[in-house]
Design a protein around this ligand. Structure first.
Ligand code: MLT
Length: 255
Protein backbone atom coordinates (compact mmCIF):
# COMPACT_ATOMS: atom_id res chain seq x y z
CA UNK A 1 0.00 0.00 0.00
CA UNK A 2 1.44 3.41 -0.92
CA UNK A 3 1.89 6.10 1.76
CA UNK A 4 -0.81 8.77 1.88
CA UNK A 5 0.07 11.96 -0.02
CA UNK A 6 1.58 14.71 2.08
CA UNK A 7 -0.91 17.25 3.33
CA UNK A 8 -0.59 20.81 2.03
CA UNK A 9 -2.53 23.07 4.35
CA UNK A 10 -3.06 26.77 5.08
CA UNK A 11 -3.79 28.31 8.47
CA UNK A 12 -5.34 31.67 7.59
CA UNK A 13 -4.64 32.83 11.13
CA UNK A 14 -2.10 31.53 13.67
CA UNK A 15 -4.93 30.14 15.84
CA UNK A 16 -5.77 27.62 13.09
CA UNK A 17 -2.40 25.87 13.03
CA UNK A 18 -2.45 22.12 13.74
CA UNK A 19 0.55 19.83 14.30
CA UNK A 20 2.55 19.66 11.08
CA UNK A 21 6.03 18.64 9.92
CA UNK A 22 6.87 21.97 8.30
CA UNK A 23 5.33 25.38 8.99
CA UNK A 24 5.96 28.33 6.69
CA UNK A 25 5.23 31.62 8.43
CA UNK A 26 3.99 34.41 6.18
CA UNK A 27 3.65 38.07 7.15
CA UNK A 28 4.08 39.82 3.83
CA UNK A 29 3.37 43.29 5.31
CA UNK A 30 5.90 43.26 6.82
CA UNK A 31 7.64 41.06 9.40
CA UNK A 32 8.71 38.11 7.25
CA UNK A 33 9.72 40.44 4.41
CA UNK A 34 11.86 42.30 6.94
CA UNK A 35 13.51 39.10 8.19
CA UNK A 36 14.42 37.97 4.67
CA UNK A 37 15.79 41.43 3.85
CA UNK A 38 17.76 41.86 7.08
CA UNK A 39 19.48 38.48 6.71
CA UNK A 40 20.21 39.34 3.09
CA UNK A 41 21.80 42.60 4.22
CA UNK A 42 24.27 40.68 6.36
CA UNK A 43 22.75 40.25 9.81
CA UNK A 44 23.75 36.81 11.08
CA UNK A 45 20.56 36.27 13.05
CA UNK A 46 17.20 37.89 13.62
CA UNK A 47 16.04 37.38 17.21
CA UNK A 48 12.24 37.47 17.20
CA UNK A 49 10.25 38.40 20.31
CA UNK A 50 6.56 38.96 20.97
CA UNK A 51 7.01 41.62 23.64
CA UNK A 52 8.78 44.95 23.56
CA UNK A 53 10.24 44.25 27.02
CA UNK A 54 11.81 41.01 25.82
CA UNK A 55 13.33 42.82 22.84
CA UNK A 56 14.81 45.45 25.13
CA UNK A 57 16.27 42.74 27.40
CA UNK A 58 18.12 41.31 24.43
CA UNK A 59 19.93 44.54 23.70
CA UNK A 60 23.69 44.24 23.93
CA UNK A 61 26.69 45.40 21.88
CA UNK A 62 26.41 44.15 18.31
CA UNK A 63 22.60 43.98 18.46
CA UNK A 64 20.20 46.45 16.88
CA UNK A 65 16.51 46.64 17.76
CA UNK A 66 13.71 46.86 15.19
CA UNK A 67 9.96 46.61 15.34
CA UNK A 68 6.61 48.30 15.43
CA UNK A 69 3.44 48.93 17.31
CA UNK A 70 0.51 50.12 15.17
CA UNK A 71 2.98 50.04 12.27
CA UNK A 72 5.08 52.80 13.84
CA UNK A 73 8.63 52.45 15.18
CA UNK A 74 8.92 51.62 18.89
CA UNK A 75 10.43 54.27 21.14
CA UNK A 76 14.13 53.72 21.71
CA UNK A 77 14.46 51.13 18.94
CA UNK A 78 16.97 51.64 16.13
CA UNK A 79 14.56 50.79 13.31
CA UNK A 80 10.88 50.41 12.59
CA UNK A 81 9.66 47.44 10.54
CA UNK A 82 10.34 48.79 7.04
CA UNK A 83 12.26 46.13 5.13
CA UNK A 84 13.65 48.74 2.76
CA UNK A 85 15.59 50.25 5.67
CA UNK A 86 17.85 47.20 5.83
CA UNK A 87 20.30 47.94 3.07
CA UNK A 88 23.30 47.08 5.25
CA UNK A 89 23.97 45.30 8.56
CA UNK A 90 25.09 47.60 11.35
CA UNK A 91 25.63 44.78 13.83
CA UNK A 92 25.71 41.02 14.12
CA UNK A 93 22.13 40.43 15.28
CA UNK A 94 18.86 42.21 14.71
CA UNK A 95 16.21 41.92 17.41
CA UNK A 96 12.73 42.13 15.89
CA UNK A 97 9.44 42.66 17.72
CA UNK A 98 6.22 43.11 15.73
CA UNK A 99 2.52 42.91 16.49
CA UNK A 100 1.51 39.82 14.51
CA UNK A 101 4.48 38.36 12.66
CA UNK A 102 6.96 37.62 15.43
CA UNK A 103 4.29 36.18 17.80
CA UNK A 104 3.13 33.90 14.95
CA UNK A 105 6.70 32.66 14.51
CA UNK A 106 6.99 31.87 18.21
CA UNK A 107 3.66 30.05 18.35
CA UNK A 108 4.48 27.89 15.29
CA UNK A 109 7.47 26.41 17.09
CA UNK A 110 5.20 24.30 19.27
CA UNK A 111 3.23 22.94 16.30
CA UNK A 112 5.93 22.11 13.75
CA UNK A 113 9.22 20.20 13.59
CA UNK A 114 10.61 22.72 11.13
CA UNK A 115 9.66 26.38 10.78
CA UNK A 116 10.60 28.42 7.70
CA UNK A 117 10.09 32.07 6.81
CA UNK A 118 8.08 32.86 3.70
CA UNK A 119 7.35 36.03 1.77
CA UNK A 120 6.98 37.07 -1.83
CA UNK A 121 10.61 38.20 -1.77
CA UNK A 122 11.88 34.61 -1.43
CA UNK A 123 9.01 32.73 -3.08
CA UNK A 124 10.96 30.60 -5.57
CA UNK A 125 13.74 29.74 -3.11
CA UNK A 126 11.18 28.80 -0.48
CA UNK A 127 9.33 26.41 -2.78
CA UNK A 128 12.67 24.78 -3.67
CA UNK A 129 13.53 24.46 0.03
CA UNK A 130 10.25 22.93 1.23
CA UNK A 131 10.86 19.18 1.54
CA UNK A 132 8.73 17.08 -0.77
CA UNK A 133 6.54 14.35 0.65
CA UNK A 134 6.15 16.09 4.03
CA UNK A 135 3.09 17.66 5.61
CA UNK A 136 3.40 21.42 5.15
CA UNK A 137 1.28 24.25 6.57
CA UNK A 138 1.46 27.83 5.38
CA UNK A 139 0.73 29.90 8.49
CA UNK A 140 -0.58 33.39 7.76
CA UNK A 141 0.26 35.87 10.52
CA UNK A 142 -2.90 37.84 9.72
CA UNK A 143 -3.76 41.01 11.58
CA UNK A 144 -5.14 41.06 15.10
CA UNK A 145 -6.11 37.39 14.82
CA UNK A 146 -8.01 37.93 11.58
CA UNK A 147 -7.41 37.10 7.93
CA UNK A 148 -5.05 39.40 6.01
CA UNK A 149 -5.43 39.49 2.24
CA UNK A 150 -1.72 39.78 1.44
CA UNK A 151 -0.83 36.74 3.55
CA UNK A 152 -3.64 34.64 2.08
CA UNK A 153 -2.47 35.66 -1.39
CA UNK A 154 1.14 34.64 -0.73
CA UNK A 155 0.01 31.35 0.85
CA UNK A 156 -1.98 30.59 -2.29
CA UNK A 157 1.01 31.36 -4.53
CA UNK A 158 3.10 28.86 -2.56
CA UNK A 159 0.36 26.19 -2.49
CA UNK A 160 0.07 26.41 -6.27
CA UNK A 161 3.67 25.23 -6.55
CA UNK A 162 3.45 22.35 -4.07
CA UNK A 163 2.40 18.80 -4.83
CA UNK A 164 0.42 16.86 -2.27
CA UNK A 165 -3.06 16.55 -0.91
CA UNK A 166 -4.44 20.09 -0.66
CA UNK A 167 -6.83 20.76 2.20
CA UNK A 168 -9.92 22.89 1.62
CA UNK A 169 -8.03 25.88 3.04
CA UNK A 170 -5.16 25.27 0.63
CA UNK A 171 -7.59 25.08 -2.30
CA UNK A 172 -9.24 28.30 -1.21
CA UNK A 173 -5.89 30.08 -0.95
CA UNK A 174 -4.82 28.87 -4.38
CA UNK A 175 -8.08 30.09 -5.93
CA UNK A 176 -7.72 33.45 -4.20
CA UNK A 177 -4.17 33.89 -5.48
CA UNK A 178 -5.09 32.90 -9.02
CA UNK A 179 -7.61 35.75 -9.15
CA UNK A 180 -4.78 38.29 -9.22
CA UNK A 181 -2.63 39.09 -12.23
CA UNK A 182 0.27 40.58 -10.28
CA UNK A 183 1.68 40.69 -6.77
CA UNK A 184 1.05 44.38 -6.14
CA UNK A 185 -2.74 44.44 -6.38
CA UNK A 186 -3.58 42.11 -3.45
CA UNK A 187 -1.08 43.91 -1.25
CA UNK A 188 -2.34 47.33 -2.30
CA UNK A 189 -5.99 46.35 -1.63
CA UNK A 190 -5.28 45.08 1.88
CA UNK A 191 -6.23 46.79 5.13
CA UNK A 192 -2.60 46.58 6.24
CA UNK A 193 -1.52 48.55 3.18
CA UNK A 194 -4.06 51.25 4.09
CA UNK A 195 -2.36 51.63 7.48
CA UNK A 196 1.03 51.86 5.81
CA UNK A 197 -0.28 54.63 3.55
CA UNK A 198 -1.74 56.46 6.54
CA UNK A 199 1.62 56.31 8.28
CA UNK A 200 3.62 57.48 5.21
CA UNK A 201 5.20 54.09 4.58
CA UNK A 202 3.68 53.50 1.14
CA UNK A 203 7.04 52.49 -0.36
CA UNK A 204 6.98 49.35 1.79
CA UNK A 205 4.00 47.99 -0.17
CA UNK A 206 5.94 48.07 -3.42
CA UNK A 207 9.03 46.70 -1.71
CA UNK A 208 7.20 43.70 -0.24
CA UNK A 209 5.44 43.00 -3.57
CA UNK A 210 8.74 42.17 -5.26
CA UNK A 211 8.79 38.52 -6.20
CA UNK A 212 11.73 36.14 -5.77
CA UNK A 213 14.47 38.74 -5.40
CA UNK A 214 16.09 36.77 -2.57
CA UNK A 215 17.49 33.24 -2.51
CA UNK A 216 17.44 33.11 1.29
CA UNK A 217 15.08 30.86 3.22
CA UNK A 218 15.38 31.67 6.92
CA UNK A 219 14.97 28.77 9.36
CA UNK A 220 13.64 29.24 12.88
CA UNK A 221 15.26 27.82 16.01
CA UNK A 222 13.88 28.12 19.50
CA UNK A 223 15.85 29.93 22.20
CA UNK A 224 13.26 29.40 24.94
CA UNK A 225 9.60 30.34 24.88
CA UNK A 226 10.24 34.06 24.43
CA UNK A 227 12.78 34.16 21.60
CA UNK A 228 12.80 32.55 18.16
CA UNK A 229 15.95 32.88 16.08
CA UNK A 230 15.81 33.28 12.31
CA UNK A 231 18.99 32.42 10.45
CA UNK A 232 20.22 30.76 7.28
CA UNK A 233 22.38 27.65 7.40
CA UNK A 234 23.62 28.14 10.98
CA UNK A 235 22.04 25.08 12.56
CA UNK A 236 20.03 25.17 15.77
CA UNK A 237 22.96 25.14 18.21
CA UNK A 238 24.79 28.09 16.69
CA UNK A 239 21.53 29.92 16.06
CA UNK A 240 20.55 29.93 19.72
CA UNK A 241 24.06 30.38 21.18
CA UNK A 242 24.21 33.27 23.61
CA UNK A 243 20.50 34.03 23.34
CA UNK A 244 18.15 33.65 26.26
CA UNK A 245 15.78 35.58 28.45
CA UNK A 246 15.32 34.54 32.07
CA UNK A 247 15.72 31.04 33.43
CA UNK A 248 13.80 29.36 30.68
CA UNK A 249 15.90 30.96 27.99
CA UNK A 250 19.16 30.15 29.74
CA UNK A 251 18.07 26.54 30.14
CA UNK A 252 17.26 26.34 26.47
CA UNK A 253 20.63 27.83 25.57
CA UNK A 254 22.58 25.44 27.80
CA UNK A 255 20.68 22.33 26.83
C1 MLT B 1 3.11 42.69 12.19
O1 MLT B 1 3.89 41.83 12.59
O2 MLT B 1 2.07 42.95 12.77
C2 MLT B 1 3.39 43.45 10.91
O3 MLT B 1 4.58 43.10 10.39
C3 MLT B 1 3.05 44.89 11.09
C4 MLT B 1 3.82 45.84 10.21
O4 MLT B 1 3.46 46.05 9.06
O5 MLT B 1 4.81 46.39 10.64
Amino acid sequence: MSAPAASIDVAFTPAEIRPTRVAVIIDVLRATSTIVTALGAGYRRVLCTASVEDARRLREPGRLLAGERHCRPIEGFDYGNSPGAFDEARGEDLVLCTTNGTPAILSALSAADEVLIGSLLNLDALVERIPTGEDVTMVCAGTGGRFALEDGYAAGRIVALLEGSWTDAARAAERLASAYGDTYEPLDQSADAAVLRETDQTADIEFCAQESISALVPEISSAGSQVAVASVGLGAEAARAGVGIGLEGEEAVNR
